[in-house]
Design a protein around this ligand. Sequence first.
Ligand SMILES: Cc1cc2nc3c(=O)[nH]c(=O)nc-3n(C[C@H](O)[C@H](O)[C@H](O)COP(=O)(O)O)c2cc1C
Length: 355
Amino acid sequence: MNDNNDPLLVIDSFSGEEVSQNRPTKRDLLDLFSHARSSATPLFIAAPMVRYSKLPYRLLVRALNTQITYTPMMLAREFKNSAQARSSEFSTCRSDRPLIAQFGASNSADLLAAARIVAPYVSGIGINCGCPIRDQTALGIGAALMGRLDTLVDMVSTLKTALGEELLVEVKIRIHNDIEYTKQFVQELAGAGADVVSIHGRRIKDRSGVVPADLDAIRTLRSAIPEHVYLVANGDCFSLDDAYRIAKYTGADGIMAARGLLQNPALFTGAHITPWSAIELYCAYVSAYGGNMKFQHVQLALVEMTFGLLTKQERQLIRQTRNLDQLYEFLNKYYILRRPGQEFFGTLTYSGFRR
Ligand SMILES: Cc1cc2nc3c(=O)[nH]c(=O)nc-3n(C[C@H](O)[C@H](O)[C@H](O)COP(=O)(O)O)c2cc1C
């Protein structure tokens, strides 16, 4: 059913304010990129992650030195057609900036319609060209676009023409087996008006955790992309040292982390494991802003984030909890789970450890 008459109205669930009243702009992102380049310091970016990069997680990593965040990939066609999809997939608030809304789309019309709806709430639109999941590629979405350059170029130029004054356009790609073709690919995206190209340094068939990210390929592509287009390097960033090393080696303007930041949301502060205070902050953000989240997604996020804080077996037990109260009670057995207003809540140096 098409119920697209309902525009997206985002009310801050904490303050009750309509969020678009003070619109974010593309400048918020461009200023960060240009400052990063002039100061030769990479931007710290949280990758889009289905199920995980929801509003509470974005607020958390932002509080911990991440400068740019993404929504999880949202399907443009569903977003355009269904108010129910919009309210379950998207929520934001004024401190959730600058934000890039990432879409999975197979054509320019769906992408543009979805982008117009979300435009008042974000600084940029990202196009996912990396997702290798067969259900998506069969629909012409995600990594399928790596084989459909003409369609992708049309998507970028359609967005630029219609919304380029207000929104930054980013494309997140993988590498082709043929690096020469990949150079041509990114040059055409730049020619179509992409402001930022993010490169996940793997081929479509390469699995994360099995095949290392190819930093040489990203470095080669840097020299192929026109200077005015910003480059973000993605793949295998698990520490702040990694971020600096990858930026130096590839010449990227920004470093995007997914799995590393999931297991340690404080990665960009230089912390080696999740500080307990980050768990407290996450729980507080879930209470304030997690209204449209499924319990299972909060649970999964906490299984990931407690890597380094709990044993593997203990983390498995988190999966057996059935609701937030049980989950918080479980955590409270091992650590003192403070709430906002309590002494030491969210203090980075506070260990909270009970054992
Ligand atoms: C749980 C999970 C969900 C992901 N969801 C998305 C997504 O929505 N959009 C996207 O472009 N990439 C997605 N990715 C890929 C990551 O953004 C990233 O490109 C990849 O994990 C490599 O980065 P890493 O080595 O830092 O993990 C996802 C990855 C993970 C682990």
